[in-house]
Design a protein around this ligand. Structure first.
Ligand code: G1P
Length: 296
């Protein structure tokens, strides 16, 4: 039986330039889908999977993230005074207890592998999860929980995987499959951002990982990979002949909230999930689509 996964790393040091000018003063992870910041979805998913320690790898200008997880006594007192119990409950559900959350600075933007490596001293020799908050996954059973359950059987290293159209594969880490077992594949190779037409499959890595602490040894050399960055994919690939690597085809809908189109799609989809918004939003979408059609 594998060791329990109780720690997760959230790499949130990216500058979010695709969302400028918004990200000039607001960290991308604080941008909201309906009324919850991107990072809250990641935290909720981690908690559901049994994560007890939340490690954020941040950078300059991410102070709003730390404030977001802090208690807000003044705001709480105000809501209590006004009897707004529901809002108070929502607010308190975002608090992090002391000792539950840690922040680590990535001083230079050297890539995802480097960001993860920055947290090495907080992990020691335990398996750990990595969640990229840009990848928001709507699922009946949260994605990381599905993976933790699968990992309890396999051990090793596990990455979330999803089929993507071949022409999109070069935007991802891509798996070379040794054996396809349905919801799980064993991996014989991994390539970060393969050049067009060279991807070993159309099975792409999505931003959820369960990794062994060996990964830190593999990252110690700080070798540059695709795009001149220190790539997490390369460090995981080194475990193929070690503790093994599995891809897990999760059940759920993934939104690429690192892109504007994905962010808008997630906003609409999550809005439609909300009972109090559904009718208005649905009516609006039908109307706007009909009037666009009529104008064609
Ligand atoms: C990162 C990883 C890549 C993975 C992707 C998933 O890339 O390096 O392997 O497929 O996340 O979203 P990024 O999107 O940060 O360039």
């Amino acid at each position: 039986m594998s060791k329990k996964v109780t720690k997760a790393i959230f790499p949130v040091a990216g500058m979010g330039t695709r969302f400028l000018p918004a990200t000039k003063s607001v960290p991308k992870e604080i941008m909201t889908l309906v009324d919850r910041p991107l990072v809250q979805y990641a935290i909720d998913e981690a908690r559901a999977a049994g994560i007890k320690e939340f490690i954020f790898v941040t950078s300059r200008g991410k102070g709003a993230l730390e404030d977001y997880f802090d208690h807000a006594p003044q705001l709480e007192a105000e809501l209590r005074r006004k009897g707004k119990d529901k809002l108070l409950e929502i607010l308190q559900s975002t608090d992090m207890d002391s000792g539950e959350v840690a922040y680590m600075r990535q001083h230079r933007a050297l890539g995802l592998g480097h960001a993860v490596w920055c947290a090495r001293r907080l992990i020691h020799d335990e398996p750990f999860a990595v969640i990229l908050p840009d990848d928001v996954i709507a699922a009946e059973k949260p994605c990381l929980q599905q993976m933790v359950e699968a990992y309890e059987e396999t051990g090793g290293n596990m990455v979330a995987a999803m089929e993507v159209p071949p022409e999109k594969a070069s935007a991802y880490g891509v798996l070379d499959v040794r054996e396809d077992m349905g919801s799980m594949v064993s991996v014989k190779g991994m390539v970060e951002k393969p050049a067009a037409g060279t991807a070993p499959s159309n099975l792409a890595v999505i931003g959820r990982y369960i990794l062994s602490s060996n990964i830190f040894n593999n990252l110690n050399s700080l070798e540059e990979g695709a795009g001149g960055e220190i790539q997490l994919t390369d460090a995981i690939a080194k475990e193929i002949d070690g503790e093994g690597v599995y891809g897990y085809r999760f059940r759920g809908q993934r939104y690429d909230c690192g892109s504007k189109a994905g962010f808008l799609q997630a906003t609409v989809a999550f809005g439609l999930e909300r009972e109090e918004l559904r009718d208005d939003l649905e009516g609006f979408l039908q109307e706007i689509m009909a009037s666009r059609k009529a104008a064609e």
